[in-house]
Ligand binder design. Structure first.
Ligand code: AVJ
Ligand code: FE
Length: 429
């Protein structure tokens, strides 16, 4: 497949506009400051996306001289933990922006001149797609930093579309094999490959993600105080961290309020719950008499077409996500109520698998059978077999370029500053 260079350039520019918006919404002091020990200062993310673009597009694909080799070590995520980054001699906001502009000019020139041939790094425009996705991933990380920052609102967006109250209950996914992963998606990352058959017994999956109302019933039923629902690690963490509700929820008499991007409002019952960790998701599922899906179950529910037996790129088909399909791309700054995207449902009738909230699965992050590192081990391989659970489907903060039915995210089971929710499954009686 020969990708359209104009399209690639447009994706790079569209992505940069999002990065600019997220980093221009606050003043220099807030860009440099660390808003949470879990997160980098925004100014680190900013120069880091430029540095990755320099490493891969300017130096590797383009074979050009370095722009700023002297700063590579500052923006290598493996050299300095997030908590240590504010103390580094980072580029200041003005220097960072200048650096990004210099790198982008060269990267666009490389794109103009490069022969997109069969070399793996450039086939299908892969390296450019990888850099677009990398910047989009950091844009989601920066949005999570915005959610953690104290102070009044600096971002705004229209409300998501309304929900359709009729979508509830469970959907039967029949037993049998399906194709998991992909060999053909040109911008799929190494951990999504290769395509392979997975045979699953039949199961029932929630038609929609678990809502705030459902999650509040778990809280009201004393779920946080009953060790029966928690794994031993989860129970220990629930006490150590003093968990009593999703992150950012505030008790208000018998009701719940929620602080979202600097605005406080009542928790909406019909929205998917967000900002829960894996242990909370697991406890809720057990309380509800269910469990979390495996990663394979999630992907079969999202991609398997019972008519043809093939796996689709998205639940609705192979067309790229439009605003009618899914809540992606920071177009709205909240998950949409359940039932808001009937056009995005899978053929079996599972809704909102893509967008709204990342969904925890019970699967530990590993390489698929036949996995090959491409193009660098530090993207995926170094995390395989570690203390990470896979999350699927993307959130309202995820861009379409970094989201598809095969896309795999992962995080520690205690993390909840990410836009994480879940849905449940159960075996047939
Ligand atoms: C795939 C979201 C887990 O943010 O740690 C960004 C993506 N990798 N820069 C992360 C990533 C390198 C990664 N996640
Ligand atoms: Fe990165």
């Amino acid at each position: 497949m020969t990708p359209d260079k104009n399209l690639i350039a447009a994706e790079l520019e569209r992505t940069r506009a999002r990065t600019a918006l997220l980093t221009e919404a606050v003043d220099d002091d807030e860009l440099i400051r660390q808003h949470s020990p879990l997160m980098s200062p925004l100014v680190w993310d900013l120069a880091h996306v430029g540095n990755q673009e320099e490493l891969w597009l300017v130096r590797d694909v383009g074979g050009r001289d370095p722009v700023r080799q002297d700063i590579d070590h500052l923006y290598d995520a493996f050299k300095h933990a997030r908590g240590d980054r504010p103390a580094l001699p980072l580029l200041d906001p003005a220097e960072s922006r200048k650096y990004l502009t210099q790198v982008r000019e060269k990267a666009l020139d490389v794109l103009d001149r490069v022969r997109i041939d069969e070399r793996p790094l450039v086939a299908g425009g892969f390296a450019f797609g990888m850099i677009v996705q990398h910047e989009q991933q950091h844009d989601e990380t920066m949005l999570a930093t915005h959610q953690l920052r104290a102070g009044g609102p600096v971002l705004s967006a229209p409300e998501p579309p309304p929900g359709n109250a009729r979508v509830r209950g469970e959907v039967l996914v029949p037993g049998g094999p399906f194709t998991m992963g992909t060999d053909t998606d040109p911008w799929a990352l190494d951990n999504e490959r290769p395509a392979h058959a997975v045979d699953l017994p039949a199961f029932l999956i929630d038609a929609v993600p678990v809502t705030n109302a459902a999650y509040a019933s778990f809280i009201d039923a004393g779920g946080y105080d009953d060790p029966r629902w928690w794994s031993s690690r989860g129970w220990a963490y629930r006490h150590e961290a003093g968990l009593t509700a999703p992150l950012h929820w505030i008790r208000d008499g018998g009701d719940w309020l929620y602080r979202r991007f600097g605005r406080v409002s009542p928790v909406r019952g019909d929205e998917p719950v967000v900002h829960v960790c894996f242990f909370e998701a697991e406890a809720y599922a057990k309380w509800a008499g269910k469990r979390l899906p495996t990663e394979a179950e999630w992907e079969k529910a999202a991609r398997w077409d019972p008519e043809t037996g093939r796996s689709r790129r998205y639940p609705w088909g192979d067309d790229p996500p439009g605003p009618e399909h899914a809540n992606l791309g920071q177009r709205h700054l909240a998950p949409a109520p359940v039932g808001a995207y009937p056009a995005g449902a899978s053929p079996l009738g599972v809704h909102q698998l893509i967008g709204d909230v990342w969904e925890w699965t019970s699967t530990v992050f590993h390489g698929y059978p036949g996995f090959k590192v491409f193009p660098y081990a530090e993207y995926s391989e170094v995390f395989f077999g570690g203390d990470y659970r896979v999350l699927r489907g993307g959130s309202f903060g995820t861009d379409a370029a970094a989201c598809r039915g095969t896309f795999r995210n992962w995080d520690h089971p205690i993390r909840r500053q990410i836009f994480s929710g879940f849905r449940c499954v159960r075996e047939l009686a």
